[in-house]
Design a binder for this molecule. Sequence first.
Ligand SMILES: [Mn+2]
Length: 307
Amino acid sequence: MRKSIIVCGDVHFRSRKPKKRIDDFLTTQILKLSQMLFYCENNNAPLIIAGDIFDTAVEPYWLCSMVANTIMSFKVDIFVVAGQHDLRFHTKGLKNTPLGLMLSSELMFLLEDKPDLIQDQVVYGKSWEDETPEPIEKGAILVTHEMVVENDKLFPGQSSHQYALSLLRRNPKYKLIISGDNHRPHIVKRKGQINLNCGSMMRSSKDQKDYKPCFYDVDVETMDIKKIPFEIEPFDIVFDLSMIDKEEEQKDRIDFSEYVKSIEIKNDNERPEFRTILKEVIEEAKANKRVKSIITNIMENIKNESC
Ligand SMILES: [Mn+2]
């Protein structure tokens, strides 16, 4: 019989639905959790979540209760590491957080640098910004919450990431590294090692239009990985596309209202000099040379006339 662990990442349980989602987001989240737990129970397998179980450390009690009730309706062990979203102000310690509550009530178990034996496998955990535990023997499993990318950075200028291949190369004693944080999934293999990055459970923005969220069934003996798609509605059923279209239209227009709001004027003495504001706006808007020279000329003319 297949001996497996069921794996997912970045669940992000949240009480407030993302902008533009028009479905019953709460029910959708609970249904997905139920789908996974149902699968685990039927396959007699534990669930491992690679961090960011809750979206914020201030999710309300009623959301925690719904999650707890769902977990209690199944007989499944859940092992987790903490992501930065699980922490209060992204600082260490789970006291006074929804995840802390799940752990103290033993609805979830925290994987740490002292290994757990799960399905006869030695499993270590590395929560966000923890040190990578060094396994005693080869062939261990690591569950980690850190930014691992397959090939490309997620956005230009991203620096706090690492590449899947180099992560595997640097940690040869792990046969499987399950990672969360990067919401884009990948499976990267290297000389008998695997990095499984699970991706997010929910679609929360228009960038995920073609994204099909999944969880994974990993056979711990053969390392065969089965991808199990979450049951989802088509994108245009759960997202307000008209709002997205409008946003696309406005994409190239730069909105300075936030910047203007940020210039709080209490009295005339504190009013920033007009030239300073103009200069900052030009910088923000990345104005081209022609625009810059027109503005400079006008400013020169104003200066000359006022002299
Ligand atoms: Mn996340």
